[in-house]
Ligand binder design. Sequence first.
Ligand SMILES: Nc1ncnc2c1ncn2[C@@H]1O[C@H](COP(=O)(O)OP(=O)(O)OP(=O)(O)O)[C@@H](O)[C@H]1O
Ligand SMILES: Nc1nc2c(ncn2[C@@H]2O[C@H](COP(=O)(O)O)[C@@H](O)[C@H]2O)c(=O)[nH]1
Length: 205
Amino acid sequence: MRRERGLLIVLSGPSGVGKGTVRKELFSQPNTNYEYSISTTTRAPREGEVDGADYFFKSREEFEQMIAEGKLLEYAEYVGNYYGTPLDYVNETLDAGRDVFLEIEVQGAAQVREKVKDGLFIFLAPPSLSELEQRLVGRGTETDEVIASRIQTARLELEMMNLYDFVVENDEVQLACDRINAIVTAEHCRRERVEKRYLRMLEGE
Ligand SMILES: Nc1ncnc2c1ncn2[C@@H]1O[C@H](COP(=O)(O)OP(=O)(O)OP(=O)(O)O)[C@@H](O)[C@H]1O
Ligand SMILES: Nc1nc2c(ncn2[C@@H]2O[C@H](COP(=O)(O)O)[C@@H](O)[C@H]2O)c(=O)[nH]1
């Protein structure tokens, strides 16, 4: 029997909105059925970050080699560093019938949108721009200059939210997780219904 391909779930949104926080909370819940795709980056590890768990940390040369060899589903240069999604892991996991969860910035999400027509695209939005800035400042991982650059980029990114299937506000982490889980569940139901309708139609031919 043919195994059904998994669903590719893309969570995107501006830096500091809480994508990583929401993703970690989602994956800490025992009933979560998604597989997280670990990205590769040329950014230096932050304190406490582990190679192979938070990111696969690479040199620019290594990353450019991966681009040249077609090993990335998407990649983007974001505020001075490369970030990308390893292609093989995504394909192998989807082929095994498991859902894959990407947490990526908006340029990369736009590339995936072009390539994976049946993906599920969710934009995580902040309650306000000032709250976004407070979160970036409060995280304390970037210099003032980088924060200013990320806020400037965020203004452009927010304009792209209408290109997504769903916009989820991250006012409270648990609420945002509940909304995402509800969207994924609904998407599974919708696809199942469409497939069943097709099967009935084909049987009637
Ligand atoms: N709902 C929330 N309410 C208040 N603070 C939040 C909320 N969600 C996340 N934060 C805080 O905002 C900061 C940024 O969150 P996080 O690092 O998850 O953002 P991000 O979107 O993954 O950023 P980046 O894209 O730069 O990796 C963190 O300090 C986090 O604790
Ligand atoms: N296009 C991609 N963007 C990615 C990927 N992995 C992470 N990201 C995004 O980059 C920014 C910055 O991340 P940070 O860890 O330096 O704060 C953030 O928006 C991430 O979501 C990826 O594989 N592709």
